[in-house]
Design a protein around this ligand. Structure first.
Ligand code: 5AD
Ligand code: SF4
Length: 461
């Protein structure tokens, strides 16, 4: 066996899993594991899974089928390939995974990643399943990435500030798989952001399942809101751009509105899932807000930041959804004029209240509504993108594009922007004139007369 072991990590689902995968890689680096992008080279494969919809969970089992082939091949070559299942499927299904897929060596729930090195050692003697919610804080035990690793990951980074959810929407598994809401202390978040910006990161996205429910302990001993945290994080040298996701409409408080008014680095873009436009369905979903409440939040944010771009998640075919309810959803899409949105067919998740309802919507109706909703969302997305043509937008260049000499960056509104630009501009925020609008990205050109901005000089509408 070679001295350096290799780990291949595949992430499914949300940004939280992307962040967790990185922290697992950092922690395993301390144990001598190097990351590989090729599963066939790996000594350890980790599937960091998502349980949010049935399809997401099923993907894991089909991937495990492929991994079994690799494991058999490695054994034939005299190597041991270990397979670990992490994340929300691990948390929800535990022992069941080893029963269904006996070649799995480790099942590790999302609160126990810091125990991975120990679990891998123990798995030498047979499968290990760890899905407890331990009392110690995993963040205190996870390793930090080296500056060279941070730089290799790019100029944007996620930082978890909050985990879990106490909202219990009746369709959602998150409160069960990720547990109760827990906020990290502000001082630890500030230290983590400073480490990232010292290594060259320019854009920070604070993440949490219910990020704006943040209520962490501040260094002053008080409980900080997300608004207070954003304000403090924006003062860290090198934080040029700041975002946060995912938010709940109920938790948009005055301090968050003030943050959008006052913090120049806070980007004018917000993912604010509404799920449905029907008050009857919102109540059945236990969302604890009406369509009008939601529109008021949008209005308040637009009144302090007129160019605010909104994105959302929608579920069609929630149990009991009528054609009229669905039309209310189409109406809210028109009212908000979303810059983009994700939409899903309702997927009954075992153990959640809505799964047991007898008034499930027929699959053909779900398919038809999803298509109509996506068409409506798409037309607003295209209008939003089209009105960017001719504007000058500050773009944070992130990486090389597909064409030689091309860089790809993001606008303040999170649209990808492709521009012919020297590679030295990666990590810089540069004014770009938007010359054309494609189906998935904007195209821009650098005007030699335009100044480079050190702070995002976003055009306000
Ligand atoms: N069925 C369909 N979509 C769901 N989501 C969460 N649970 C379900 C489910 N059971 C969607 C919601 C959520 C997004 C992350 O996934 O829209 O905001
Ligand atoms: Fe799930 Fe609702 Fe919590 Fe979002 S707010 S994670 S949809 S329970």
């Amino acid at each position: 066996m070679s001295a350096i072991r290799k780990v291949y990590i595949k992430s499914y689902g949300c940004q939280m899993n992307v962040y967790d995968s990185r922290r697992m890689a950092d922690t395993l680096a301390r144990e001598g594991f190097a990351e590989t992008q090729l599963p066939e080279d790996a000594d350890l494969v980790i599937l960091n899974t998502c349980h949010i919809r049935e399809k997401a969970a099923e993907k894991v089992y089909s991937e495990l089928g492929r991994m079994r082939v690799l494991k058999t091949k490695a054994a034939a070559d005299g190597r041991r390939l270990m397979i670990a299942v992490a994340g929300c499927v691990a948390q929800a299904e535990g022992e069941e995974i080893v029963r269904r897929a006996p070649m799995v060596d480790v099942v590790v729930g999302s609160q126990s990643y810091h125990r991975l090195p120990d679990l891998i050692t123990r798995a030498a003697h047979g499968p290990v399943v760890e899905t407890e919610f331990p009392i110690e804080d995993k963040f205190d035990h996870l390793a930090d990435p080296a500056p060279s690793v941070i730089r290799a990951r790019g100029v944007t980074a996620f930082v978890t500030v909050q985990e879990g959810c106490d909202k219990f929407c009746t369709f959602c598994v998150v409160p069960y798989t990720r547990g109760a809401e827990v906020s990290r202390p502000a001082a630890k978040i500030i230290a983590e952001v400073a480490r990232l910006t010292d290594a060259g990161v320019r854009e920070i996205t604070l993440i949490g399942q219910n990020v704006n429910a943040y209520h962490g302990q501040g260094p002053d001993g008080r409980t900080w809101t997300l608004g207070t945290l954003l304000s403090r994080v924006s003062e860290i040298p090198g934080v040029e751009r700041l975002r946060y996701t995912t938010s709940h409409p109920r938790d948009v408080d005055d301090s968050l509105i003030a943050a959008h008014r006052d913090i120049a680095a806070l980007m004018p873009q917000l993912h604010l899932p509404v799920q449905s436009g029907s008050d009857r369905i919102l109540a059945a979903m236990n969302r604890r807000h009406t369509g009008a409440d939601y529109l008021r939040v949008i209005e308040r944010l637009r009144s302090v930041r007129p160019d605010m771009a909104f994105t959302s998640d929608f579920i069609v075919g929630f149990p009991g959804e009528s054609e009229q309810d669905f039309c209310d959803t189409l109406r809210i899409v028109d009212d908000v004029r979303y810059a983009a949105a994700f939409s899903f067919k309702y997927s009954a998740r075992p153990g959640t209240p809505a799964a047991d309802r007898i008034d499930q919507v027929a699959e053909p109706d779900k398919i038809e509504r999803l298509a109509r909703l996506q068409e409506r969302i798409e037309s607003h997305r295209q209008s939003f993108n089209a009105q960017c043509r001719g504007k000058i937008l500050p773009v944070l260049f992130e990486r090389h594009g597909r064409l030689p000499g091309q860089l790809v960056g993001r606008s303040p509104y999170l649209q990808p922007v492709q521009t012919m630009a020297p590679r030295s501009l990666i990590g810089e925020i540069v004014d770009v004139e938007i010359t054309a609008v494609g189906s998935n990205s904007l195209f821009g050109s650098l005007d030699p007369g335009l100044n480079r901005t050190t702070r995002p000089a976003v055009q306000r509408a």
